[in-house]
Design a protein around this ligand. Structure first.
Ligand SMILES: Nc1ncnc2c1ncn2[C@@H]1O[C@H](COP(=O)(O)OP(=O)(O)OP(=O)(O)O)[C@@H](O)[C@H]1O
Ligand SMILES: [Mg+2]
Length: 454
């Protein structure tokens, strides 16, 4: 049975909390002064300490470090007054785990206490992944210990030594750009790496971006401008989202690949290209080719070497390493200090489907870093990314007869539910729904929901 120590000079608070905690099955000790608190903290080894901000013989804040020391680093929950923002911040800085405002809302108190005990349980265990900053990884390193990634690294080593065109395929967020950069840095690190997103620019502009233009080639071409192929020199040109290329540009690119020469828009001179070509796509180009969306001859030219990045769900084994690597990156970026991830949290991450792959993992961890306070990553910090991936998986609300419900039906249903929850209290219903009284009245009437005055 966990024991909780309450240090508060207010007898009614001591009694209220003791009763509540005993009901919940905790052992409770209470002290009315700091001195008494010190004694109990050392003798009774509490699992958590509830500490008032103002005590007759000391300020609660000053007691935090010593109390924690005596109680083997038990978490401290501060009880603070609403207006006492400055001391609340000081308390957190002094090492309090959390704070609860007076008057005490018992539900909020339970939530804070349970979290404190959970963190303590996890910290006491040794079963966590520890994140070592610095040294271990370079910033743009690519990590992976799973067999498909190990194989991929070998392939990267092999192609880096050559100048062959490489096609990188993989779902979105799997690390295609990262791989392209790695290939480049192993083959021509001193030369430029020029990336271009084929899906982000309109066709006509893309042509002049890729191949350059002569002065006066079109309205607005006030100066001669070299294209990306020229700018890449003996480095690499990275054609991202190549599956989005129009038929027109596919034909032009094919010619470039065949002749290793480009012609600026409006120009006549043929300029030799020496850059190595790296292309990436999250589409299945073989399939695009069969349906006629992508030229077969271009596909054949591009896929001299094909690297396939496996989706994250097929390499759960990589997750611990990725979490470690990404947290080092995130800690630096956000000035955070997340150093420990309990094994059970890692296992939960390994069971997720990750439709957005490594990028989604990175986003989830970034969110967690923002939400977390200590050095431990907790389950509760791992909120879903929101947006596309999950909502796709959620079933659509359906009407009684099985078809998809209309917006009106969903609204009516929601209002009825909230109204029932509020036991027919209109004021509360408005509050929960975030609408005004007249709006609620109007909707009740519209949907024929019987309303009685409250
Ligand atoms: N194996 C890996 N090791 C370390 N970081 C990785 C790995 N794979 C991906 N990342 C990181 O995940 C993020 C997404 O990677 P990247 O942008 O290369 O994906 P992508 O396949 O190009 O995605 P998209 O198709 O959405 O453009 C980047 O921040 C990248 O650094
Ligand atoms: Mg990309």
């Amino acid at each position: 049975m966990d024991r909780i120590l309450i240090v508060d000079d207010d007898r009614s608070i001591r009694e209220l909390l003791s009763m509540h905690l005993e009901e919940r099955g905790f052992g409770v000790m209470s002290a009315a002064t700091g001195a008494e608190g010190f004694r109990l903290a050392a003798e009774a080894s509490p699992a958590a300490i509830v500490l008032d901000m103002r005590l007759p013989d000391a300020s609660g804040i000053d007691l935090i470090p010593e109390l924690k020391k005596r109680a083997a680093e038990a978490p401290v929950l501060m009880i603070t007054a609403h207006h006492d923002m400055a001391s609340t911040i000081l308390a957190m800085k002094a090492g309090a785990f959390d704070y609860i405002h007076k008057p005490i809302d018992i539900q909020a108190f339970d939530v804070a206490l349970d979290r404190a005990l959970e963190v303590r349980r996890l910290s006491k265990g040794t079963d966590y992944l520890s994140v070592e900053g610095g040294g271990a990884f370079k910033m743009d390193d690519i990590v992976g210990s799973s067999p498909p990634m190990q194989q991929l690294f070998k392939d990267v080593g092999r192609v880096a030594a050559s100048r062959a065109t490489v096609l990188i395929q993989g779902e979105s967020g799997t690390g295609k750009e990262l791989i392209a950069r790695v290939i480049h840095s192993y083959s021509a690190p001193q030369k430029p790496f020029i990336g271009i997103d084929c899906s982000a620019i309109v066709d006509t502009l893309l042509e002049s971006e890729l191949f350059g233009h002569e002065k006066g080639a079109f309205t607005g071409a006030v100066q001669t401008k070299p294209g990306k192929f020229e700018l890449a020199e003996e480095g690499s040109i990275f054609l991202d989202e190549i599956g989005e290329l129009s038929q027109n540009l596919q034909a032009k690119l094919l010619r470039v690949l065949q002749e290793r020469e480009v012609e600026r828009v409006g120009g006549v001179r043929r300029i030799p290209i020496r850059a190595r070509i790296l292309a990436a796509t999250n589409r299945d180009l073989a399939e695009e080719m069969r349906t006629g969306r992508f030229r077969e001859d271009l596909y054949q030219r591009l896929k001299v070497v094909t690297l396939r990045l496996p989706p994250l769900r097929e390499r759960a084994k990589d997750i611990p390493l990725l979490v470690e690597h990404l947290l080092v990156k995130i800690n630096q970026r956000l000035h955070k200090n997340l150093r420990r991830v309990p094994r059970e949290v890692i296992e939960k991450l390994q069971r997720r489907p990750w439709p957005g792959n490594v990028r989604e993992l990175e986003n989830v961890l970034t969110r967690a870093a923002v939400l977390s306070q200590g050095d431990m990553l907790l389950q509760e910090h791992l909120v879903d990314q929101g947006g596309i991936p999950r909502s796709e998986a959620r079933p659509l609300p359906s009407a009684v007869d099985g078809r998809v419900a209309t917006l009106d039906e969903v609204e009516r249903d929601h209002i009825v539910r909230v109204w029932t929850l509020a036991k027919g209290h209109k004021g509360k219903t408005c509050q929960m729904l975030g609408i005004s009284r007249p709006t609620l009245e109007r909707k009740l009437k519209k949907y024929g929901i019987a309303g009685e005055a409250d």
